[in-house]
Each structure stands twice: as C-alpha cells, then as structure tokens.
Design a protein around this ligand. Structure first.
Ligand code: PHE
Length: 338
C-alpha cells in the first residue's frame, strides 16, 4: 500500500514539474488532490488497510501530501515570476517618470495667510462669522440704520427671508462683541458681497480682513502703530503709510489708509488699502442693548477697528491688473504661484 502512495507522489511531482502554465498546473493539482484525485482516492482506501498498518499508511499519505503541496506552491511562484518577467519585457524601467503637475496655493490664500500671520504675532486671534447675515449685524448694530446713505454704497444681495449676503466682515465685530469678554482682539478674514458692476477692479464677491481691538485703554496711536507695522511687514519697512480722514458710520474718527507703492512698471503712487477708525460709542450702545449689560460702557471702554481688501493686497503684491483673474481659475495664471 505504501509503495502505491509513493508511486502516486512520484507521478504527481513529475506532472507538476512538467506543467508549463497556470492551467496545466491546476489540472495537475486537481488530478492528484481533487476530490477524485489519485492521492484522495488512495486516502479513502485507508479503511481497508489492516489495523496494525493504518498508522504507517497515514504517515505515508501525509508525507506525500506535504511534498506535493510544497511542489505545487514552488511551481506556482516560479510561473508567476516568469509571467512578471514577460510582462515587463520591452519596458525600460530606467526611463524618467512622467512629471506630476505640482499644485499651488491660490494668491488670495497666500496673501490671507501672510496677513493673518503678521496679525497673530501681534496677539490677534482668528474669528469667524456667517456670510449670510441679518441686517442687524451687517448694518443696524454698526450705526447704519435703514435710511442711512451708507447703505447705498454697500448695497448687497437680499434673500426673501430678509437675510442678506454680508457686505463687509465688520459683522463679525458685532458678533464677537455680543459674546466676548474684554479684552477683545480679533481678526476675521472672509468673503464679502456687493452689488457692484463687474469690471477689472470690482467683483460682486471679494475678500476682506477685519480687525477689532477693544479694551479699557485702546487709543488712536495704538491703531496707527498696529497698522503701520502691518503694512511695513506686508510691503517692506520703508513703505510710506498715510492715514487720510474719511467717514464710516461705525468709527469716529475714521480713516482710509494709503500706502505709497511702486507697482511694477509704474511710477510710485498712493494706493488705498484699508479703512479704519475708533469704534463709535453708538456701536457699543447697540450691542450693550442686545447683551443686556454694560460690559462695553463707552465711558470706560474704547476700541479700534480696521478692514482691508485682500484682493487689493494680492493685486498690488503681484501686479495683477484684473481682479477677475482671481476667480477665473485659469491654470496659466494660477500656475505662476507654484
Ligand atoms: N467695513 C469697512 C468697509 O467695508 C471697512 C472698515 C472696517 C472701516 C472697520 C473701518 C473699520 O469698507
């Protein structure tokens, strides 16, 4: 009986050695180990083996099975290797790879991150607010009632619900003052919307960065120093910065800030970059009324606020002549920032 098993093993190993592809190898496997395979049938015959020979026969079966299984495995690996080599023949692995195009941050992201970094160094924390606002946070609380002419300049898009797309990030000031404890020192970058005619310098959506500092001893020199430092960091320490009196309903006094810059290929000139001022007591009063306390008592508390257009800063930094380039996603434009 045991010789029978060893013959099966010898034949099986010959079959396996002769198999030239996966299919013939599989046929060999089935013919030996399959349900009706030679070794399986021999195994089934164990019941006819006399009791004292059963153990030796079982052992012979196991040895044969182990030898055949490992021969199958080895052959399988050898065939796979041959197939791999065949698949690679004719391919030159030393050829350089096709270049993967490298992405770049959008110029608005670059300028926003830079502005945020400068202001965070001075202790301003990031704040956020909704772009779909209500009239209270966008206008009324900012001393701009419904009949105020400043609403015209900042005309925006209204929803049927009465909500609107915020025309400036100043609404975030209001939201922070409604909940925060003193001191408040925040910056809020984000989108703002206006119903402007679209041209090379106007879009109906643009990006602002708002700042607010409220405490018991905030003064005009603080405002000036902060923003002068900011624009020196942004455009170089020798850049001239000037504060030109202006009007905003929510600050008094108010200023527009100009920096003297030379845009590539042009003579140096003053360019308006931001609005700012000392928070109007009327703003504190409106917010005290909703807070139902006097944390923002204008006899004790003062503050400054500023807002700047990030699109404008990006256009100055990179001499971008048309603001529309910033939203058109033209790869020829954007890849220049990679
Ligand atoms: N909100 C003003 C604007 O959109 C900018 C500004 C912010 C001015 C804060 C003063 C203080 O034009």
């Amino acid at each position: 009986m045991n010789e029978h098993v060893s013959t099966i093993q010898t034949l099986a190993l010959e079959l396996i050695a002769a198999a030239s592809d996966e299919r013939t190898l599989d046929e060999a496997r089935v013919s030996v180990l399959g349900k009706k395979g030679t070794l399986s049938l021999a195994g089934a015959a164990i019941k006819d083996v006399p009791g004292d020979q059963k153990a030796a026969f079982g052992q012979a079966l196991n040895t044969a099975r182990a030898a055949i299984t490992s021969a199958l495995e080895e052959k399988q690996n050898a065939l796979l290797e041959i197939a791999d080599r065949a698949a690679l023949s004719g391919i030159d692995l030393t050829l350089p790879a096709r270049p993967v195009p490298i992405g770049a941050l959008h110029p608005l992201t670059l300028i926003r991150d830079e502005a945020v970094q400068i202001l965070r160094r001075m202790g301003f924390a990031l704040a956020d607010g909704p772009e779909i606002e209500d009239e209270f946070h966008c206008f009324d609380a900012l001393n701009t009632p419904a009949d105020h002419p400043a609403r015209n300049e900042k005309d925006t898009f209204y929803f049927n619900s009465g909500k609107l797309l915020r025309t400036h990030t100043s609404s975030v000031q209001v939201r922070m003052m409604e909940t925060a404890t003193l001191p408040i020192r925040i910056i809020a970058p984000g989108s703002a919307y206006r119903r402007d005619e679209i041209d090379a310098t106007h879009l109906s959506v643009f990006n602002q960065l708002e700042g607010l500092y409220v405490d018991t001893d905030v003064t005009l020199p603080d405002l000036k120093g902060t923003l002068e430092y900011f624009f020196h960091e942004m455009f170089g320490t020798t850049t001239e910065v000037r504060f030109r009196p202006h009007f905003f309903p929510f600050t008094e006094p108010s200023f527009e800030i100009d920096v003297k810059l030379q845009v590539k290929g042009q003579a140096p000139r003053w360019i308006e970059v931001a609005g700012c001022g000392i928070v109007d007591p009327a703003v504190f009063e409106a917010i005290n009324a909703t807070r139902k306390d006097r944390v923002l008592d204008h006899g004790k508390v003062t503050g400054f606020a500023f807002g700047m257009g990030l699109d404008r800063l990006a256009m100055i930094r990179w001499a971008i002549k048309d603001i529309r380039l910033l939203i058109e996603n033209d790869i020829r434009f954007l890849s220049q920032f990679a």
